[in-house]
Design a binder for this molecule. Sequence first.
Ligand SMILES: Cc1cc2nc3c(=O)[nH]c(=O)nc-3n(C[C@H](O)[C@H](O)[C@H](O)COP(=O)(O)O)c2cc1C
Length: 640
Amino acid sequence: MLKNLFSPIEIGRVRISNRLVVPAMVMNYCHRDGTATEKYVAYHEAKARGGWGLIITEDYAVDPKGKGFSNVPGLWNDTQVESHSKLARRIHDLGGKIFAQIYHAGRQTSRALIGDQPVAPSPIPCPRLQEIPHALRANEIREIVEEFGDCALRARKAGFDGIEIHGAHGYLIAQFMSPYSNKRIDDYGGNLLNRMRFPLEIVSNVRSKAGSDFPVLFRISGDEMVPGGRTIEDTKTMAAMLEEAGVDALHISAGVYGSAYAITPPAAIRHGWIVHFAEEVKKVVDIPVITVGRINDPFLAETIIAGKKADLVAMGRASLADPELPKKAAAGRFADINYCIGCLQGCIGMISRSLPATCLVNPTLGKEKELRTKPADLKKKVFIAGAGPAGMEAAMVAAKRGHEVHLFEKADRLGGQFYTASIPPSKGEIAGFIVWQRKQLEENHVSVYLNNKLTEEIVNEQKPDVVVLATGSAPVSPNLPGVKRANVVTAHEVLEGKTDVGRRVAVIGGGMVGSETANHLANHGKEVSIIEMLPEIATDVNARSKPFLLKDLTEHSVRLYLNSTVKEVLADGLRIEKEGREEEIGPFDTVILAVGLEPCNELRSKLEGKVSRLITIGDAVSPRKALEAIAEGYLAGLEV
Ligand SMILES: Cc1cc2nc3c(=O)[nH]c(=O)nc-3n(C[C@H](O)[C@H](O)[C@H](O)COP(=O)(O)O)c2cc1C
């Protein structure tokens, strides 16, 4: 069925067994000195086992001052080669092919990280990091060119099958290539040919040191998506020059730090949104072209290749969500694929805080060895209360280990509040994860009882060995005059379609739940106002997704009352206090509460001391995000 996807291709002298590529992704798993850890190697091994045609590592700094993240790998000196040769060896032992991405962050780093002033073609700060960089002198540029060549040679010595030169995403090479960041008036600036001098010198240096037969990929942003940045037409011209210079393949991404949403697009951006850039580049080169960007489905990848829009398809976050995607797709096991939902919580959410990356839908990411599901020594009867994401994950893992698992859910459906979260615009892919969990429960013979609340009586009568409480949380009802009026409902009731909503709506609480509920209703033609105590809304929405949510709210004329506290729900409006002054706002037909959640765990005190093992997980401990709930569910499944 996926015959294009599973056909081989050559990049230079290297034969790649299929068209599925893991693109470079910083995981922050290495030692601070740039050497590899076992965690880093095991993470890549999972990809090799999963059948990806080509794995491209995260960016190896060519110089310690070119690091952009704390725990990235490095090949800036010979002592680092040995630890990375272990990685290459182990990937080869599994039949995989691995390229090292090499880079210099230029101005997209900070003094705090590298202990010195960042460097760039011109003294213009990155709009995100805001540090004025040192403008490189010609002799310093030549030193960095040499460092790229030395780094490529070390990559070859370490046993990598090739390298990818990182000329995308606004790092040093991209800074030189773009009039957005390069304002030089010497031979490295101004016209396109001059702006290409630095990358072309790097390609030539790499070729002369690492050998003309050592495969070289070049990554480039098709469009930088910032005012004054490069466009696809510039990119096509540069692509042709890079081919001419001997590059073996091109990898077309998008964006710079000033348009970070384009580098790692959130769920609000559609699947395959920049495939047309690769298609355009393919028109002017004969070497293989890789596309990327919110592609998480093998059928989509197959269509892209069949349509000759690209020769290979990179799936970044999809490979974090399920390192076995290629193997499952090749075997036709599509229902088993755990699809990336584009949430960015575990991956970008963690590395942007200098923490090791995790994945919301795949708690084993980065813990491939520790969290292996081994068969249980003793088969136990496990009762789980609550079929939200935490309870389902715990049930799946416990059942995989051979336990007899019974999952009780008081509602008539699975998914708990994660299902509710799938309703607003751009959140629909969450439903795919619930479908995946449901399938896993079926395959692992978990007995599921819907409309069945686990009670103390059931536990006393049926005597399970272990009880896992994953009973989640419920909306808080604030102590507010008028809150019991008939037109006051919760955001959860609205999202779950349990109540009608009038035309004019007030949402009390502008956190993620309130803002997304407002967006959902505004998209359905309601006139919506949000009343929020803080000076801004959506403070708990991730930084990449938030601008899209705010834009949507603005386009739908959602009215914001910030720094405002609701004092009373009136018959047809609200009395609020803003900066010490009270006013009445409205009229509103429906008032929606989104003021937080409280744990539901009343069963805990009833069962304490009555079962040999009682584990509480997820929101039942304290209301948080699905990221924590699913991770705790997985651990509970291993613990029972
Ligand atoms: C956690 C994370 C780290 C990334 N680090 C790099 C990197 O080191 N080098 C790079 O070229 N791209 C990096 N990217 C971008 C990815 O390679 C890829 O282009 C992007 O995630 C879009 O593809 P996707 O939608 O398939 O995830 C990173 C992406 C993520 C999610």
